[in-house]
Design a protein around this ligand. Structure first.
Ligand SMILES: Nc1ncnc2c1ncn2[C@@H]1O[C@H](COP(=O)(O)OP(=O)(O)O)[C@@H](O)[C@H]1O
Ligand SMILES: [Mg+2]
Length: 280
């Protein structure tokens, strides 16, 4: 069995850990930078030059800054699926979670609870939100650009070319959860605690073990199934005894989970994709 990791960051923690665990499992693993791939369209036929022969499984990580490189990487992911490779996550999974507006829309269509949200390119449209609320860019990750609005203030900076999501706060204490789902199974639940409004580990949040109840686990699995993300990092917060989805990451990093919980996510991923590829 040979697998390839297609990535914009060949030296990232994800790439390094996948390579390390694949070696331990005796699985041939290539790390391929999207920059070193080619799509050929000749006489109306589409083909690719991406990796060496023998690869059956591709762990694709097409998302990056919103630009033409990302669109190219998305199209490459789609083409690989059409060529019969087993690709994780699927193109459809990435499409369903392309940005937070699309993600929230798809969650809501599937009756999966998210906090009440107002989405607009105009700061003037957030009048009806009662502080405190979160103001987030529609395309972002790792808590970057997120503001916690505690009192009414001038939101005219949000007037312009980008789109914002004003979202009611569904936090009662200083923590929320990151749930990692793989192949319809919850493989890790991490409590993230922080004194800041955002609990992302990259923003200083501290990870610890959390014994999640069935409701939380089922919600995470439902979200990953609905969005067709076989592998997903799902942020969940609880208010008034009800769990809400804050964020679905179709391309989750797992350094925080591996380091805080001592769970070997990279090995789980390698084992999962190999057994799925052998089944098909
Ligand atoms: N509606 C909300 N209620 C409570 N906390 C929130 C809310 N929205 C975001 N947060 C906090 O901000 C963090 C980052 O928001 P998130 O939507 O996950 O964006 P990102 O893609 O940047 O991780 C969340 O993990 C959570 O700690
Ligand atoms: Mg998040």
């Amino acid at each position: 069995m040979a697998i390839a990791v297609l990535t914009h960051k060949p030296l990232s923690y994800f790439s390094r850990r996948l390579l390390e665990e694949a070696n331990k499992e005796g699985v041939n693993c290539q790390i391929v930078d999207f920059k070193n791939t080619v799509i050929l369209i000749k006489d109306g036929k589409i083909s690719l030059k991406a990796f060496e022969n023998g690869v059956k499984v591709i762990l694709s990580r097409p998302k990056t800054t919103l630009n033409s490189l990302m669109l190219y990487a998305m199209f490459l992911t789609k083409t690989l699926e059409e060529e019969g490779f087993y690709v994780l996550n699927s193109f459809q999974g990435y499409l369903n979670t392309l940005d937070k507006v699309i993600t929230y829309r798809n969650l809501s269509l599937n009756k999966i609870p998210i906090p009440d949200s107002v989405i607009s390119p105009s700061g003037r449209m957030f009048d009806e939100m009662n502080p405190p609320f979160f103001l987030k860019p529609t395309y972002g990750s790792r808590g970057r650009g997120i503001m916690f609005i505690e009192d009414f203030r001038d939101l005219s900076f949000a007037e312009g070319r980008s789109v914002w999501i004003a979202q009611s706060s569904v936090r009662e204490e200083n923590w929320d959860l990151r749930v990692v789902v793989l192949g319809g199974r919850v493989i890790a639940v991490m409590k993230r605690t922080s004194e800041k409004p955002v609990t992302n580990i990259s923003q200083g949040g501290v990870g610890s073990f959390f014994e999640a109840n069935e409701e939380v686990k089922e919600l995470a699995i439902k979200a990953s199934n609905a969005l067709k993300c076989e592998f997903a990092g799902i942020d969940i917060s609880i208010k008034g005894g009800n769990a809400f989805i804050l964020d679905v990451n179709s391309q989750p990093d797992f350094k925080g989970v591996e380091e805080s919980l001592k769970i070997n996510i990279a090995r789980e991923l390698i084992r999962h994709v190999c057994s799925e590829a052998n089944r098909n």
